[in-house]
Structure formats: structure tokens, C-alpha cells
Design a protein around this ligand. Structure first.
Ligand SMILES: [Zn+2]
Length: 288
């Protein structure tokens, strides 16, 4: 499942190819891929045709392509979705679901999605009440800014966190508090900050929260520089290259291997139907 760094890699790649291009042709090849566009596939196509893409933006793992009509095409990649820009004459991908012709370039934007959990929809841009400077698609306007957004407010986040009766990792995965942090990067940032995932947020001190945010930003930026983490062979960036940040992981997926800091064996614990990886030596579990 792509997380923020992977989606950012896609965003930058797609923006390079689509910004300034005008849609001259749209084909929805699988209705499931536009199921959230409730007005239907025909309306989806009509609202794209003859419109130009002005920018490609991201919040957390949500990605949208701004149109000169005041709408945006929102892309949710789900488990296996890919946005590829390819020459028109290039053979169709096996799981190609939507095809968008980009004039005057001899290229098209292709939404490829094997498992069809992802989707595309057209939604109006509204003012961003979460503090961002550009408009945001109405359906995701409740999603908090991500920590790499220049408008992300550390003080507000810290204060909100300490008022909540929750555990730190649950808070990091709560998209109404902070977006773009998935299981992998949460575990990596908590390892760097030496915090156990079950620490109650109400008891965290302000410098601990600041430190955690810095580690989170570092880990996201490092992953971004490496092209994202890719455990899923289905996930590739816009040029078809897989990310390779997984080599740099210190905790996630390393159960039983020695901690790079203290040598204790990394432990795996059940967490929200998934797993949390942490070091028993440097990330002590909270008492009772
Ligand atoms: Zn350790």
C-alpha cells in the first residue's frame, strides 16, 4: 500500500507530464474505478474533456490533479493503483482501468489497478480550512495536513495530542490529526524517538512530541529521496521503478533481528489487525 513518500514520487512524476496539458480524450474501461464519482462514468469524462491540468497536489496519501474548471481529479491508489504516463501507441497495460489523452503531447495518463480498490473521481475544489494555501477537494477537506506541509502547525498538533486519551501510534495513524503516516513510517519514527507505540499521548512532554515530529519528517524525507518504500511488487513509480527505502528500515519488518542501537531483538506485537515493530531495549512499554 503506497504511503506518503510513494505518493509524492507519483505526484512529482505525474505533474511533470500533465501540467499545462489539455484532456482530448477519456475512456473509462472499468466502472469500478470511478465508483465514487456518483454522477457516473459519462459525467466523469465530460468534466475532464477539453479541460487543462494546472497542478498536481498531495495531502498525506491523497493525490489530486487540479483542473482549470475549479474541479480536481482525485486519485486514490488503494492497494495496487498506479498512474502511468505513457506514449499513446504503447500497448495497453493488462489492468488498465481509465485512459486520459493529453493533448497536444503524444502521451496519455493511464490508471492501472489490478485489484480495483483504488478509484478516481472529479470533485470541486474548496477553500482549505486546515491551513493549506491552495484549494482542496471537498471530499478530503477533513483530512489533516501532513508533516511535510509547510503549513503544518507543530504547536497545535502537540496541544491536541496531549488533550487526547489515546496511544501515540493510534494518534499518528489518525488522519484527522496528522495525515500521510502509515504503519511503516510510524514504527520507524517511534524507533528513532525511542518511544513505545502504546505510550499514552496525554503524558508526552512537548519536547518529546517535537522530537517525534522531527524524526517523522526525517524518515519521510529519506524515504522520499530513495523513491519510497516498496513491499508490494505492484507498486512502482511513474517511470516504472520500485522504491528501495526498505533497505534502510530499522524496526519495521525486522522481528527477531538485532536493534541497530542496542542489539536487543526487535519484537513484533499485534496492533489494530496489523503489527507493530519496536525494540524492547530502547522503546520501553508503558506500565500497566
Ligand atoms: Zn534497541
Amino acid at each position: 500500500m503506497p504511503e506518503l513518500p510513494e505518493v509524492e514520487v507519483v505526484r512529482a512524476g505525474v505533474e511533470h507530464w500533465v501540467a499545462g496539458r489539455t484532456v482530448d480524450d477519456v475512456a473509462v474501461l472499468h466502472p469500478r474505478s470511478v465508483r465514487r464519482h456518483t454522477a457516473g462514468a459519462e459525467d466523469f469524462s465530460l468534466r475532464l474533456k477539453e479541460r487543462s491540468f494546472t497542478a498536481v497536489r498531495r495531502r498525506g496519501k491523497y493525490l489530486w490533479l487540479e483542473l482549470d474548471s475549479g474541479d480536481a481529479m482525485l486519485a486514490h491508489l488503494g492497494m495496487s493503483g498506479q498512474l502511468l504516463v505513457q506514449p499513446r501507441e504503447h500497448a495497453a497495460e493488462r489492468h488498465q482501468r481509465v485512459r486520459i489523452g493529453l493533448g497536444p503531447a503524444e502521451r496519455e495518463l493511464r490508471f492501472v489497478d489490478q485489484r480495483t480498490f483504488g478509484h478516481l473521481m472529479i470533485d470541486p475544489l474548496v477553500d482549505d480550512t486546515r491551513g493549506g494555501s491552495a484549494g482542496v477537494p471537498a471530499v478530503i477537506s477533513h483530512i489533516a495536513l501532513d508533516p511535510l506541509d509547510p503549513a503544518f502547525d507543530d504547536d497545535v498538533f502537540s496541544a491536541t495530542l496531549r488533550r487526547k486519551r489515546t496511544e501515540i501510534k493510534r494518534a499518528l495513524l489518525d488522519q484527522s490529526l496528522i495525515s500521510g503516516v502509515g504503519n511503516i513510517y510510524a514504527d520507524e519514527a517511534l524507533w528513532r524517538a525511542r518511544l513505545h507505540w502504546a505510550r499514552p499521548t496525554a503524558h508526552l512532554r512537548r519536547p518529546q512530541v517535537s522530537g517525534l515530529l522531527e524524526h517523522l519528517r526525517d524518515v519521510l524525507r529519506e524515504a522520499l529521496a530513495a523513491g519510497g518504500t516498496s513491499f508490494d511488487s505492484l507498486y512502482v513509480n511513474v517511470n516504472g521503478e520500485s522504491g528501495y527505502f526498505e533497505r534502510g528500515l530499522k524496526a519495521y519488518g525486522r522481528a527477531g533481528q538485532p536493534c541497530g542501537r542496542c542489539g536487543a531483538a526487535i519484537r513484533r506485537e499485534a496492533f489494530m489487525n496489523r503489527s507493530s515493530y519496536s525494540c524492547p531495549g530502547c522503546q520501553r512499554a508503558p506500565r500497566g
